[in-house]
Design a protein around this ligand. Structure first.
Ligand SMILES: Nc1ncnc2c1ncn2[C@@H]1O[C@H](COP(=O)(O)OP(=O)(O)OP(=O)(O)O)[C@@H](O)[C@H]1O
Length: 291
């Protein structure tokens, strides 16, 4: 896919490589600053940080949705600014809640069905480009909905789907272009407990079934970090606070610094949990080993 267009994943480099990347907007406001980050192909990253730390902005660069204001950003081996971003995005799957990176409001206004929303993943657009979808794409969209356990939603307007249904449709949409890079921006938001656990299991299955797939997950909740996660990046005030292999990077100390309060982190059966340290130094309920 894509070779004929001259833009395809170049696996001799990194999936994402940022060197001294900054993003500034009007009034000199800094959204991310001096970010160095290398995501190898096949890595599974979680990006953590408080509200406004710059997580979505960073994902926008990794997703070839926005350019940095300074520094050098390469995605799938192609330097942003020297590549057709739309073609690059054909190899990137994006799950984004709300319309900051994908315009779901437009999809709802246009009355798209769940199947049609999944189809738009093939073109990386918020509106369907009908002449680009053949029989194979229509079939693939149905198959992905079935893989995500929601084939019955195909003809249902996306606008009336529940939060849990939408979350599944979003992941199916992101998988539509058979991406080399999958970006998940708070994919579990609004899900009930079974819905969250099922989707986490689906993400873990995906990582195991596709060893070359690279994933980057943004979440607010440590409990949502899949067991297949290999690396973590912690952001605070637009800068990288810590970055590296997940078991070394995610610690009580780094998380406490990241969220500016004393936290105790635990790890059990590959999954994480965190508690605020109460007055007196203790933390409630520590079923697993704490770090
Ligand atoms: N176009 C813009 N103009 C001005 N400020 C912006 C713009 N876009 C984002 N911001 C601000 O930049 C900061 C970083 O935004 P970003 O969405 O990357 O944070 P985040 O870490 O994803 O936050 P959250 O966890 O709340 O979603 C926020 O304070 C946001 O208000």
């Amino acid at each position: 896919m894509g070779e004929g267009r001259g833009v395809w994943p170049r696996r001799d480099g990194a999936a994402v490589e940022l060197v001294g990347v900054g993003v500034r907007v009007g009034g000199g406001r800094v959204l991310v600053d001096e970010v160095d980050w290398r995501v190898e192909f096949g890595g599974h990253w979680v990006v953590l940080g408080g509200n406004g730390a710059g997580k979505t902005t960073l994902l926008g660069i990794a997703g070839a949705v926005r350019h940095p204001s300074s520094g050098v950003a390469s995605v799938l081996g192609h330097r942003l600014g020297r590549v057709d971003m739309r073609e690059l995005r054909r190899h990137i799957g994006l799950v984004a809640v709300g319309r900051r990176l994908v315009d779901e409001e437009l999809m709802e206004e246009e009355g798209l069905t769940a199947h049609e929303v999944v189809l738009t993943g093939f073109t990386g657009t918020s509106a369907p480009l009908w002449d680009r979808y053949g029989g194979a794409e229509h079939e693939r969209a149905h198959a992905l909905l079935a893989d995500l356990g929601c084939k019955d939603l195909a003809d249902r307007p996306f606008a009336v789907c529940s939060q849990g249904e939408r979350a599944r449709v979003r992941v199916a949409r992101a998988l539509m272009p058979d991406p080399a890079l999958l970006l998940l921006d708070e994919p579990f938001a609004g899900l009930d407990l079974p819905g969250r656990e099922d989707l986490i299991a689906a993400v873990e299955d995906l990582a195991r079934a596709h060893p070359s797939l690279t994933t980057i997950l943004v979440t607010h909740h440590l409990e949502e970090v899949p067991a297949t996660t290999t690396h973590a990046l912690l952001l605070r005030d637009a800068r990288v606070l810590a970055s590296g292999p997940v078991r070394e990077t995610l610690t009580s100390a780094t998380l406490s610094a990241c969220f500016a309060r004393p936290l105790t982190l635990g790890h059990l059966d590959g999954r994480w949990h965190v508690r605020a340290v109460r007055d007196g130094g203790g933390s409630s309920g520590r079923p697993g080993g704490c770090r």
